[in-house]
Design a protein around this ligand. Structure first.
Ligand code: FMN
Length: 215
């Protein structure tokens, strides 16, 4: 693949960003990120990534036990470690703390009661952050991938911290935007808390049906 220089960075041809991300701001942000990620102690951390993946189950019943702020911080920081298109981070997270707003999200999410969970994050797309000179539909595609991947990282982080979660994709975008008072379109909602009970992993299709080897 041919490459092109942009400032002191090399990008694949056609992927050169129009604006190179600000390095100064990133330094500050990265210090905070590092601090949060390395901070401890937390009550529980499973550092075996594959065990975390294997044990994660969607949970729709949370206990009343509040989630510690250090864990919330780490879950947010985990989202911030996810790769994003051009490192433009084309997503935003709404951390819904208001009891009232959480209740309002339930009807906005097809009346799913567990949306009113101890911790609620709404991951929104922000294609305007993605400064590539590509058509709008490409920027939107990047933003939805950025937001989705970040939410996935947060979901695994929550599991690693001994929490459980439910991914909510069934919602009325406009209603959620009205509750949050934002123009940003949500891509997913992640509801997190301590599970009332742990569950066995769900079955999946046979790997041979999942993977198509293209020679
Ligand atoms: C894109 C997406 C949308 C989803 N939307 C909802 C939803 O609106 N409500 C819900 O209860 N679960 C939702 N889920 C959770 C799935 O039902 C769940 O992940 C699936 O049944 C597999 O179970 P597991 O997560 O326990 O492995 C969603 C999951 C994904 C990835």
């Amino acid at each position: 693949m041919s490459e092109k220089n942009k400032g002191d960075k090399i990008y694949p041809l056609g992927y050169e960003p129009q604006e190179v991300p600000e390095t100064d701001d990133n330094d500050v942000r990265n210090q905070l990120l590092d601090f949060i990620l390395k901070s401890g102690p937390t009550e529980f951390v499973d550092t075996d990534l594959f065990a975390v993946m294997a044990k994660r189950r969607s949970t729709r019943k949370f206990s009343d036990k509040p989630v510690e702020t250090t864990k919330v911080d780490k879950i947010i920081a985990a989202a911030d470690t996810a790769p994003t298109a051009g490192n433009f981070q084309g997503f935003e997270i709404f951390y819904v703390k208001s009891v009232e707003k959480k209740k309002l999200l339930v009807p906005a999410c097809n009346k799913q009661p567990y949306v009113n969970a101890p911790v609620v994050f709404v991951f929104c797309k922000n294609p305007s952050r993605v400064k590539f000179d590509f058509p709008d539909y490409v920027l939107k595609k990047f933003a939805i991938q950025d937001a989705t991947l970040a939410a996935g990282y947060s979901q695994l982080a929550a599991q690693a911290l001994g929490l459980s979660s439910i991914w909510i994709g069934m919602f009325d975008e406009q209603k959620v935007m009205d509750v949050l008072g934002t123009d940003l379109v949500p891509s997913s909602i992640l509801c997190i808390g301590y599970p009332e009970q742990t569950k066995f992993p769900k079955s999946r299709r046979n790997l041979k049906d999942l993977v198509h080897v293209a020679w």
